[in-house]
Design a protein around this ligand. Structure first.
Ligand code: NAI
Length: 331
């Protein structure tokens, strides 16, 4: 078994972490031959709950977890970190404006960025799940200048998985037959779930999803809206936000970053914009990427029609506004 890597989970006493930790401990992210040390960060009042989570991790009796550190100190949590899941965030409370939520969270991500800068490995892979995920990732990276900006990503994999499942249901095939649906932009209701480049295997032949669905109105209206509002629909039904599916998506995102994407496979990740597709630079925007040797590359040259262009511009504008708000809070 390989020497342990240090894996950090923040919000470790929360509901997403509860599902994510099992996937880490069972080897489904870094592989069953890679031992891990878990660094579990939460706030001081949650240390009692975290103790219970650790008891359960011990009781899993799984071989790859070597050492577990519970802490409320980011400086300890991020020491020599190899991979980091920033899940912990301030939840929206009743009567709280979106602006207030953003203000509360970017302060958390500033502190965590500073701690990563000082203590984490310079090749650390950081996945931000806590909302507003894209802008939190941007702020975190800004306060960790010694770590490449490319090492900070935001999660839109849950949206991708939702889109894939919705298309598979519509077509009447298994989810594994649908590939390369893209999530563009912010992990918010302005995101653009795009099936224009997606494919589906029907009777052994790979074909464009648009051809098989054969209903442009459904693809550009119902499908887009369903994915944009899926998170809210889960909250309405469960009275809590998506957790099992969010944790699985976080595992998918990090596994692909670590081991690479399969040939011809495209996945979506919130990454720092390099200006591709005319998206403004210096925002964390979800793009289609392929991954090799732990480095992602934004897929180039996709055809963007005028409908897609307008959707990309809306979500980019929202991210620019979030960046402006964040900067004004941090001044
Ligand atoms: P939760 O409320 O169950 O757990 C959050 C945990 O974070 C709590 O234990 C809390 O004490 C902790 N926390 C708060 N401030 C912290 C800090 N400064 N340092 C460390 N820990 C801190 O929430 P849940 O359901 O686990 O969700 C976590 C976040 O993930 C939320 O922001 C949620 O909106 C977001 N989310 C993102 C998704 C995405 O697709 N990007 C999907 C679903 C949820």
């Amino acid at each position: 078994m390989a020497n342990p890597i240090n894996v950090v989970v923040t919000g470790a006493a929360g509901q997403i972490a509860y599902s994510l930790l099992y996937q880490l401990a069972s080897g489904s992210v870094f592989g069953s031959e890679q031992s891990i040390n878990l660094r579990l960060l939460d706030i001081a009042p949650m240390m009692g709950v975290l103790k219970g989570v650790i008891m359960e991790l011990e009781d899993l009796a799984l071989p790859i977890v070597k050492d577990i550190l519970p802490t409320d100190d980011p400086n300890l949590a991020f020491k020599d970190a190899d991979a980091v899941f920033l899940v912990g965030a301030m939840p929206r409370k009743q009567g709280m404006e979106r602006k207030d939520l953003l203000a509360a969270n970017i302060k958390i991500f500033k502190v965590q960025g500073e701690a990563l800068d000082k203590y984490a490995r310079k090749d650390v892979k950081v996945l931000v799940v806590g909302n507003p995920a894209n802008t939190n990732a941007l702020i975190c990276s800004r306060y960790a200048p010694s770590i490449p900006k490319q090492n900070f990503t935001a999660m839109t994999r849950l949206d991708q998985n939702r889109a894939k499942a919705a298309l598979a249901t519509k077509i009447g095939v298994g989810v594994e037959k649908v590939q390369n649906v893209i999530i563009w932009g912010n992990h918010s209701s302005t995101q653009y779930p795009d099936a224009a480049h997606a494919t589906v295997e029907v009777n052994g032949v790979t074909q464009p999803v648009s051809k098989i669905v054969n209903d442009d109105k459904w693809l550009s209206e119902d499908f887009v809206e369903t994915i944009q509002k899926r998170g809210a629909a889960v909250i309405a039904a469960r009275t809590m936000s998506s957790a099992m599916s969010a944790a699985k998506a976080a595992a998918d995102h990090m596994r692909d970053w670590w081991f690479g994407t399969k040939p011809n496979e495209v996945v979506s990740m919130g990454v720092v914009s390099d200006g591709s597709y005319g998206i403004p630079k210096d925002i964390i925007f979800s793009f289609p990427v392929t991954i090799k040797n732990k480095q992602y590359a934004i897929v180039q040259g996709l055809d963007i029609n005028s409908f897609a262009r307008s959707k990309l511009d809306i979500t980019a504008k929202e991210l620019e506004e979030e960046r402006t708000e964040a900067s004004s809070v941090l001044q």
